[in-house]
Design a protein around this ligand. Structure first.
Ligand code: SF4
Length: 442
């Protein structure tokens, strides 16, 4: 959906290798994972979240680089829900005894699925995996698939948070973005979502084609008129492998974009929203628990086409990727073969991967969180930490890992300090995980 899944704009860092398959374990089941030479050691495991990817959309948006596919004809929801539950069953031995702190149904456009299918899916998840009481259960929805009754039925099925991919309320901007909904649909969907769920995120994008500061603030004013507990505001970026990348629309120049960004941030601050992460704003008590778990380097099991997982064990951290193409995923699941890739995170990679997430948080994370979530001593990153402090990018506080205002502004420069020394050993971290606030993932 929009940008919710889309990924908080993943920091663009240089010299990351294109998706490598060097640790690819291909068709083995379960995937064989080479253990790193000197691994982590965990006394307690991080909290575990569940991400479920529903990959179809009505139409592919020209700026979207997510694993989303145009639904040509009916979405095979029965077969897909069955495959998801089989996927989960196959993964259960990896998470025995652990409870799930949050569930996120992202896409794609999950609201293309009927409420009955979502009900079966959530019931199947609960029957297989214990959720903590009151666990946040988010579903991403597109105003273009909005029906009031469907929203009510999602709520009855156990969805307790809705993330709505609005992007803009302006008809011309929505057309320029290739969105399937118009401003009125967006308003009606937002109003119904707030009434039914209460806990709602609205996704907005700014620096849209030919957008002025006033137009961006106009969009924001409409969003704020609904008093949503959470807003995800993203700068439109041109991602490789998108239509916009090949044929860029007339975007605002850098100065205008910066003015828009500043005006958006100031307006949200005045309206009482905490800017708790690069692209995420929340009223007190409403930060997205699922995304916080990503940013705090928690674990997540991702099921569904192209979903990423990060799972910790007593002596290692593993990352997994499910088969990306929906048809292929369905076929592979029929043979109980869900994984396209799997690898153990190495000692070299872990510092960067942790910081890539944690330093997106305005408040940072406790310094002790590094050891708790990576299984390594903070001494592993002593050198880049020192450099970051010396450059004024990180607070000189031994108790917290927190970017300074300068570090937030130049987040890429800050993160670059933590990149593995040898380019040959750099592996692309799945930064575009699905965040509501990406999210890259999304
Ligand atoms: S931006 Fe959202 S709605 Fe558009 S194609 Fe991507 S996932 Fe689908």
């Amino acid at each position: 959906m929009g940008t919710d899944n889309d990924a908080p704009q993943a920091p663009r860092l240089p010299a990351r290798r294109a998706s490598g398959r060097d640790d690819h374990t291909g068709h083995d089941r379960p995937a064989k994972v080479a253990a790193p030479s000197s691994g982590p050691s965990f006394i307690t495991l991080p909290p575990l979240a569940l991400y479920v990817h529903l990959p179809w959309c009505l139409r592919k948006c020209p700026y979207c680089d997510f694993n989303s596919h145009e639904a040509r004809g009916e979405v095979p929801e029965d077969a897909y829900v069955a495959a998801l539950l089989r996927d989960l069953e196959l993964a259960l031995p990896k998470v025995w005894g652990r409870r799930v702190v949050s569930v996120f149904l992202g896409g794609g456009t999950p609201s293309l699925f009927s409420a009955a299918a979502i009900d079966r899916l959530l019931a199947g998840i609960r029957a297989r995996l214990p959720l903590v009481p009151g666990a946040e259960v988010t579903l991403e929805a597109n105003p273009g698939t909005f029906e009031r009754q469907k929203f009510a039925d999602y709520f009855a099925a156990g969805v307790n948070r809705l993330s709505l991919g609005i992007q803009s309320f302006d008809a011309a901007k929505l057309r320029a973005l290739g969105r399937v909904h118009d401003g009125d649909e967006a308003r009606r969907a937002a109003e119904a979502a707030l009434m039914i769920f209460g806990n709602v995120n609205l996704d907005l994008m700014y620096a849209l084609p030919e957008q002025t500061v006033d137009e961006a603030l106009g969009d924001l004013a409409v969003a704020l008129s609904f008093s949503p507990p959470h807003l995800s505001c993203y700068h439109l970026t041109l991602e490789p492998n998108t239509l916009f990348f090949k044929a860029p629309p007339p975007l605002p120049d850098e100065d205008t974009s910066a003015d828009i960004e500043g005006a958006v941030q100031a307006t949200l601050s005045r309206a009482g929203y905490s800017h708790y992460e690069t692209s995420a704003y929340a009223r007190p008590g409403y930060p997205c628990q699922h995304n916080l778990n990503y940013w705090q380097f928690g674990d997540y099991l991702g099921i569904g086409a192209g979903a990423h997982s990060k799972l910790s064990y007593a002596d290692r951290i593993e990352r997994e990727l499910r088969w990306k193409q929906p048809k292929q995923y369905l076929a592979k699941l029929a043979a109980d073969d869900p994984l396209q890739e799997a690898h153990a995170v190495t000692r070299d990679e872990i510092g960067f991967e942790f910081m890539l997430n944690a330093l997106r948080l305005t408040a940072g994370v406790p310094a002790a969180g590094f050891g708790e979530r990576t299984g390594y001593s903070l001494a592993l990153v002593a050198r880049p930490l020192r450099m970051a402090i010396d450059k004024g990018l990180l607070e000189a506080d031994p108790l917290v890992l927190k970017p300074t205002p300068l570090g937030r502004r130049f987040l890429n420069d800050l993160l670059e300090l933590f990149l593995p020394a040898s380019p040959a050993r750099r592996r692309p971290a799945p930064t575009r995980i699905h965040l509501d606030a990406t999210g890259t993932g999304r």
